[in-house]
Design a protein around this ligand. Sequence first.
Ligand SMILES: Cc1cc2nc3c(=O)[nH]c(=O)nc-3n(C[C@H](O)[C@H](O)[C@H](O)COP(=O)(O)OP(=O)(O)OC[C@H]3O[C@@H](n4cnc5c(N)ncnc54)[C@H](O)[C@@H]3O)c2cc1C
Length: 381
Amino acid sequence: MTGSDFLIIGGGIAGLSAASRLARHGKVVLLEAEDALGYHSSGRSVTFSHFGIGNAAVRGLTAHSRSFFETPPERFSPTPLCRTQASLYAATEEMLGELDLMHREISHFTDQTHLADASEIRARCPVLKTGPDALVSAIVDPSGLRLDADALLQSFAREVRAKGSEILTGRRILSIDRAGTDWRVGTEAGDEYSAPILVNAAGAWADHVAGLAHVRPLGLEPMRRTIIAFDPPEGTHIADWPFVHTVRGDFYMLPESGRLLVSPVDEVPSDPCDAYPEEYDIALAASRVEEYTNLPLRRIAHSWAGLRSFVADRVPTAGFAPDAPGFFWLAGQGGYGLQTAPAMAEIVEALVTGGDWPSKITGLGVTRKEIEPGRLFAANS
Ligand SMILES: Cc1cc2nc3c(=O)[nH]c(=O)nc-3n(C[C@H](O)[C@H](O)[C@H](O)COP(=O)(O)OP(=O)(O)OC[C@H]3O[C@@H](n4cnc5c(N)ncnc54)[C@H](O)[C@@H]3O)c2cc1C
């Protein structure tokens, strides 16, 4: 039996960023089922940080996290964690109401946006279809950030290890019991670990992990999202293209290492699993390329899918379970787990160690009540 101060289940961005904060207060042991960190959702994202997604709480957490990506602590990462890449939220005539609403919501968090007409849309991304039956207007946010997910995951892991804590891969948790004031977990391979505080950062499996501990589930819904990658026509310079997103949320496209990534912005309910792209969603992505762009799509170079897991109000959740002492939830990061990770990790540190709720986060309009799991049970009971 290996004892520690904090056990964390899950080696994605949530578990690793929380571990780096908790390692300042005691010994952390982080247990990941797969042989590699970030194998599931955290390694399948398109790694953008922007205000065009989520609700007000998510935007507040996103705003708070920006400074970490832009100016990380000294020696945190040998390479930059992000680079600036504009985002463009585009609308057809019939989406103008949604564009207006999104613009007002985004404007609470950035004053850098402006509205672009069809000619500016074409200037920024020449392959987009514009005109009366196509895109007519867009919000341009020049301050979008493209994150480096691998640098983030590895840097958090390095920081945890440097503080004398442990990250163990290939440790799938199959049992969780309460023994006195400790949580005791057992892995598939038969090892056992214990700590008074157990952080459940198991992504799409977080409700399943709670079930092992006989803790009431959050009602987490994993949703599959599909990405296709293809080559642009030869000689097309795509590197400076923005992250293009329709305000209705049925298409996004962004450049990546000389290729274009496109998603039909699908949300297909799924059991927690090693997600793979379905033919139907790949075809949908291709049809959206045809609908919104003039790009010829002759061959899909590759495709992938990952799970984005939400609770009912789509606000990421952190806090002790009301029904189980020492059992801490860190789940429901949805489609914004990377861009909100630094803020969520700071919240975890405050709540686990009994510190004050970070005042800067309150300043951005995000309250403890909105984040803690109790709100979900109150709403359900
Ligand atoms: C296609 C796609 C695009 C996305 N784009 C963005 C984006 O642009 N920006 C953004 O911020 N977010 C984006 N996201 C969302 C983001 O990827 C997630 O919110 C985030 O990765 C969730 O992190 P996590 O650590 O909670 O989950 P995960 O990365 O899934 O980590 C959970 C870990 O827990 C482990 N685990 C589960 N059960 C057990 C067990 N019993 N024992 C031990 N370990 C266990 C799993 O193996 C897994 O590694 C995207 C997601 C997808 C799928």
